[in-house]
Design a protein around this ligand. Structure first.
Ligand SMILES: [Zn+2]
Length: 168
């Protein structure tokens, strides 16, 4: 079983568990993926639909952490959004005490885990000529989030898909 199907199965199971625990009727519309370098995942509420978007970059590198911590973290966010948007009950939409207690109740660690991880010093890319290049977070985000293509002084280019690894 691939990591994506493990993530999907556990996410859907945990939504059912959360609905029973918190007496909600949250329906997860879809599970999305994107190559986000810094963020593990997002809980999204859009036009009446609930989604979780997972980072494929983080998933490749930290599959166990994603399965164990990220899923309860995001499902707790969804329940918080559900409660505050669709019910008269109180729900945290960020990392407040209600979110934390729900995250813990769902088997998570109740922390903003990205804070506990080292920030890479540089990001390694392989340019269009096959050379190794290092860029800072600013340019890394420009490529990953804004799909910018960088022109290098050696005449080559780098873009989002050329990302190779974090350098600590
Ligand atoms: Zn969060």
């Amino acid at each position: 079983m691939g990591i994506k199907s493990e993530i999907e199965n556990k996410t859907r199971k945990l939504v059912i568990v959360a609905n029973a625990k918190f007496k909600t009727n949250l329906v997860l519309s879809d599970i999305l993926y994107r190559r986000m370098p810094v963020t593990y995942a997002y809980a999204i509420y859009d036009a009446g639909n609930f989604y979780i978007k997972y980072s494929t970059i983080r998933l490749e590198k930290y599959p166990k952490e994603m399965l164990k911590d990220t899923i309860p973290h995001e499902v707790a966010h969804l329940i918080g959004i559900y409660l505050s948007v669709l019910t008269s009950r109180k729900g945290d939409t960020a990392h407040g005490p209600l979110w934390k207690s729900m995250c813990l109740a769902l088997g998570g660690i109740g922390e903003i885990y990205s804070k506990h991880r080292l920030t890479p010093r540089y990001y390694q890319y392989i340019d269009s000529g096959g050379h190794i290049q290092y860029v800072t977070l600013k340019y890394h985000n420009e490529m990953q989030n804004n799909y910018r293509v960088l022109n290098l002084s050696n005449g080559e280019t780098i873009k989002a898909a050329d990302f190779s690894k974090d350098i600590y």
